[in-house]
Design a protein around this ligand. Sequence first.
Ligand SMILES: C[S@@+](CC[C@H](N)C(=O)[O-])C[C@H]1O[C@@H](n2cnc3c(N)ncnc32)[C@H](O)[C@@H]1O
Length: 193
Amino acid sequence: MPADEAARLRRELAAFFDPSRWRSPMPGFENSGYALVEQVRAWQPRFVVDVGCGSNPFKGKIGNLIGIDLVNPAADLVCDLLDAPIRPGSVDVVLALGCINFGGQKIIEQQLRHVASWLTPQGRIVMRANPGLPTGPGLEFFPWSEANVDTLGATVGLHRDGPVRYDTYRNPHGEPEPRLVWHYRPGAEAVFR
Ligand SMILES: C[S@@+](CC[C@H](N)C(=O)[O-])C[C@H]1O[C@@H](n2cnc3c(N)ncnc32)[C@H](O)[C@@H]1O
């Protein structure tokens, strides 16, 4: 992505997710909200990264977790995920809840490939995404869909683990909007015959 385009996207993200006005709808998410606390604990991870953590809502609820966010000072690391000092092959669980969702396909692939490089061989990524629904002026959401979850994953060496599920986001007008939720694991899908 050209530098000026990347800088523009960062400015738009900083304005949209300005922590003085943006609030996480985390309590409303069925599969990708606080239900993840028990689920992630059961995996007994040694290291968890919540990327695009916003207000860092899982800090203190899930052990061994650090939150990274481009703009939110509640994060443990305030930086772009591409600049985060995470050792490749060191993370058991990445939570990417509404984070790898902005800009065009090139940046989505770059971010997904980067986050995948952090995973241990048994690691996993929990994804939540807006399927490209407009939220008003100022930010372009990448149109994730059931059709491109697997193809994009395969492009960066990930396969989907389990179904694509739907969570509900209530927009500022109180209307329900779908959010896609799925898990990725490293490598090609195992085929058992
Ligand atoms: C929709 S919010 C979700 C926040 C939180 N995960 C939640 O579910 O409540 C997306 C967050 O991702 C962050 N973000 C977007 N792009 C990022 C990037 N390239 N690097 C780090 N954080 C990013 C934004 O600053 C924002 O706080």
